[in-house]
Ligand binder design. Structure first.
Ligand SMILES: [Zn+2]
Ligand SMILES: [Zn+2]
Length: 278
């Protein structure tokens, strides 16, 4: 097996906490001690399952595996990059932040993509990105083009080679956002289902996880369309350290403040990266 002792530059944020007391088993954010899951993940998953049952459809038997590459606070460097690649006014600035984000994604993926296969028993066959929802609805469909994560993923070698499955916003559906989840917010075009015949396992990539409502809604839409969402790869999971004393304590005690994300074990159950400091 290849050892990965080489330091790969470019990763941002802090490594996500591994599963354990006080850490949500879905998003790896803070959870109340004694509970395995944070309130946002519990609510979103419960409501999506209820909605699926009401629609006569099945979703996942277990929640999708979420793989946050890093955690960050408002104002941290990863936060500035995640905002800048979509919101910076100048095209040159957006291009700069896009390349920073590709470096971040590439450096962690290089260290940990094999962990997906080791943890889940299969390799990914295809890849989908979560379209940016909030900007579309804030600015109006015609006013501002949707800035996409696609160019970020295109610059990351192992991911760019996967078959791309398109997930699009259903513009007729009510807007989604923080804690406003809906499996009908996204569509997987029928042509993609045909192209992907025989290709079922998909990696879903999201830029920012706040409550998880958007990513889990997109995962539900892919599941409805017949795909198996292997893992939701999240470039950064925002932690609001001002939300509660518990959140601040969790940030201080559960997050590695020394090592960059690519030098730590990832959040997957069977991290096989070698040479990382833990
Ligand atoms: Zn959670
Ligand atoms: Zn790993």
């Amino acid at each position: 097996m290849q050892t990965r002792t080489k330091r790969i530059s470019g990763s941002l944020g802090s490594p996500p906490a591994r599963s354990g007391p006080g850490t949500c088993d879905v998003c790896r954010g803070p959870a109340l001690v004694g509970l395995k899951r944070c309130w946002c993940c519990s609510e979103t998953l419960r409501n999506l399952a209820a909605r699926a049952a009401a629609d006569g459809r099945s979703t996942w038997s277990a929640p999708p595996v979420v793989m946050p590459l890093a955690v960050f606070r408002a104002g941290d460097s990863l936060h500035r990059v995640l905002r800048g690649y979509k919101d910076a006014t100048a095209v040159e600035a957006r291009r700069y932040f896009t390349s920073k984000l590709s470096e971040h994604l590439g450096s962690v993926i290089e260290a940990h993509l094999d962990c997906v296969e080791a943890s889940l028993g299969h390799s990914a066959q295809s890849l989908a990105v979560v379209p940016s929802a909030s900007r579309l609805f804030r600015s109006g469909p015609a006013a501002v083009p949707i800035r996409s994560l696609e160019p970020v993923v295109d610059q990351v070698d192992p991911l760019s080679k996967l078959v791309r499955v398109q997930v699009i916003l259903d513009r007729a559906a009510p807007p989604i956002g923080h804690l406003r989840h809906s499996p009908s917010a996204f569509e997987v075009p029928p042509v993609e289902k045909a192209v992907a015949s025989g290709i079922r396992r998909v990696l879903l990539v999201e830029d920012t996880w706040v409550s998880g409502a958007t990513a889990l809604s997109a995962a539900a839409a892919l599941t409805y369309a017949g795909f198996e969402v292997m893992a939701v790869v999240v470039l950064g999971r925002l932690v609001d350290v001002n939300a509660s004393a518990i959140s601040r304590k969790w940030w201080d005690e559960s997050v590695d403040h020394v090592n960059p994300p690519n030098l730590r074990q990832c959040s997957l159950p069977k991290c096989i990266a070698v040479g990382v400091s833990v």
